[in-house]
Design a protein around this ligand. Structure first.
Ligand code: ASP
Ligand code: MG
Length: 430
């Protein structure tokens, strides 16, 4: 009997009706005779709503934070009430424990970094959604074991982008998750979150539940992983921007790693590695219509792929210029890389000229202003915000001309397979 990992994204558990549909999908999975790990995201837009709570709290607006949190509590209780009868009281008690954890914190005064509080608050979204779904599955006759993934996945303390301690977590999976399958054939747990050795909650980066599922799949040597989404599969461009976008029915791991790296929203960038290392296939399927084929990502040769177009918004271009009219040299570029690595900031595209080194990063305001401040000790630093990085893989002559001639292009770069332009989005230039 195979062991599989299924991941349900926020939109597939957005409301009571969707959660009912998840149960139907799980019945089908179990008919196939599988042991299954079900990894679930926060309901709908809960993570965004929790981010607002964290921001209000950190900027000293305690009442606003409590009010925003009250709304989140209410919507979860309403969903639980709608779905549950026998298990309602037990589920309510579990939800209330998580509510209390957050509310205690909201009554404190912030004394640590924003990112620390962000993780303590935002992690609750997944804890709430899984509590409700697990109780509903049990009530529907789908016996399952709810697990707090923070007891399994240990991470470092790089809040908001924490890295999993592989050896420690692998041992936990072997010692604590595997034996559960002797008693149940379903484990329900949270994506996106973990905890440090001091039991502080962490998150793995937005949309990180895909990655959590892949880590489980890798550590359990699963037969396959399936990601249930509100789209029909992986597409060659964002259908909201390109109505003519098409579904890619088959992709190999490399192609997806590149798409994710350039900013495609389909799959979390870290998802592929644990799967590719073990040759575990990844299915991306529509939870609205499971009869659709979706996309399979596995080891395969693909000779001709259509152009893939990826937009990465909210970019910032930073230019470091030497201050004494000398050429920029390796030692100076070394300082820039060192600073970026110390502050955990990734470069999305880079370019150098005689006297300057320019690179583009995601504009996370606090982090980037701090970076600019540090770089300012050695360089004259200029920056532009409000930019979009457009990447076209497998481009052709027509696309090349189209994109390089867009208004507001401030940087372009091409290799044989990939073409990138950085363009000004309307507004936001410093
Ligand atoms: N709930 C988290 C987010 O919205 C993680 C995820 O959905 O994968 O980013
Ligand atoms: Mg999501």
């Amino acid at each position: 009997m195979g062991r599989v990992v299924h991941k349900y994204g926020g939109s597939s558990v957005a409301d009571a009706e969707s959660i009912k549909r998840v149960a139907q999908r799980i019945v089908a999975t179990k008919k196939a005779g599988n042991d299954v790990v079900v990894v679930i995201s926060a309901m709908g837009k809960t993570t965004n709503a929790l981010e607002k709570v964290a921001e209000a709290f950190y900027s000293g607006h305690k009442d606003e934070a409590l009010e925003l949190f009250r709304q989140i509590k209410e919507s979860h209780l309403t969903t639980a009430k709608y779905l549950l009868v026998h298990n309602y009281l037990a589920a309510e008690a579990q939800l209330k424990d998580f509510f209390t954890e957050v509310e205690w914190l909201l009554h404190d005064k912030p004394v640590r970094d924003f990112d620390y509080y962000y993780d303590q608050i935002v992690c609750v979204g997944e804890l709430l959604s899984t509590s409700i779904v697990s109780a509903y599955l049990a009530e529907s006759g789908l016996d399952n074991q709810w697990i707090d993934v923070r007891d399994i996945f240990r991470t470092d303390s790089n809040f908001r982008d924490a890295a999993i301690d592989w050896d420690y977590s692998q041992k936990k999976v072997v010692d604590e998750i595997k034996p559960l399958f002797a008693e149940t054939n379903m484990v329900v747990t949270q994506g996106f979150i973990g905890a440090t050795s001091d039991n502080e909650s962490t998150t793995l980066g937005r949309e990180g539940s895909d990655y959590t599922a892949a880590v489980f799949a890798g550590m359990l040597n699963a037969e396959s992983q399936t990601i249930w989404k509100d789209v029909e599969g992986v597409m060659n461009a964002d259908p909201k921007l390109f109505p003519e976008a098409t579904i890619l029915s088959e992709l190999n791991y490399d192609e997806v790693i590149e798409m994710a790296y350039y900013g495609a929203q389909v799959i979390h960038p870290k998802t592929i590695k644990p799967l590719a290392n073990k040759g575990i296939p990844l299915h991306v399927k529509s939870f609205l219509d499971p009869s659709l084929e979706g996309t399979i990502i596995h080891e395969c040769e693909i000779t001709r792929l259509p152009p893939l177009i990826v937009f990465k918004e909210n970019q910032c271009l930073i230019s470091c210029q030497v201050t004494d009219y000398s050429f920029i040299n390796e030692q100076q570029i070394g300082i820039i890389f060192q600073t970026l690595s110390e502050q955990n900031i990734k470069i999305n595209v880079m370019q150098n000229s005689a006297i300057s080194f320019s690179f583009c990063v995601d504009f996370r305001e606090n982090k980037i202003l701090k970076l600019i401040d540090h770089l300012g000790r050695n360089f004259e630093v200029y920056y532009n915000t409000g930019l979009t990085l457009i990447t076209v893989k497998n481009y052709d002559a027509a696309l090349y001309e189209e994109y390089r001639n867009l208004p507001g292009v401030i940087l372009e770069q091409s290799s044989r397979s990939t073409f990138q332009v950085l363009v000004k989005s309307p507004g936001g230039v410093h």
